[in-house]
Design a protein around this ligand. Structure first.
Ligand code: ZN
Ligand code: ZN
Ligand code: ZN
Length: 140
């Protein structure tokens, strides 16, 4: 199955309308093995768009369990594709992220699960992030 078909299926299965910009953005994510920022996307997207359109598309992907946010070095947000099993308002992306010190890209380590930490009842947990820094395979 090609990426265009995969992107169409992803939108359909998450109840989103297939618009050209959404299809293009999803295919860009499928072609990359690292997370993308709004700035990255702004340079890569060829369909006519402005920043607001991009933000809107990214928000709807996040709200519908297609993309999740990932950290970058400067604390800005990037986005990466979710693994299967995420749905609207219920993300299951409890994996570590790896940030490369050379190229500054953020990679999802889907296979590295965040350790289960016991917290005392004094703290109510909202989210956990687990980030590692080092040199990625392309930069070694
Ligand atoms: Zn997710
Ligand atoms: Zn790198
Ligand atoms: Zn991730």
């Amino acid at each position: 199955m090609n990426n265009h078909k995969l992107a169409e299926d992803l939108l359909t299965s998450h109840g989103l309308r297939r618009t050209q910009i959404r299809l293009e953005i999803l295919q860009l994510f499928m072609q990359q093995d690292h997370a993308l920022s709004v700035n990255d996307l702004e340079k890569m997207v060829k369909s006519s768009h402005d920043r607001v359109t991009l933000y809107r598309a990214l928000n709807s992907f996040e709200e519908n369990g297609i993309l999740h946010q990932t950290p970058d070095k400067s604390g800005n947000m990037r986005y990466a594709l979710c693994a299967e099993g995420c749905s609207g308002h219920h993300h299951k992306d409890e994996h570590a992220h790896f940030i490369c010190d050379e190229c500054n890209q953020t990679y999802c380590l889907q296979e590295v699960k965040i350790p289960d930490v016991k917290l005392s009842d004094d703290y109510q947990l909202n989210s956990v992030s687990y980030t590692m820094n080092g040199i990625c395979k392309d930069c070694q």
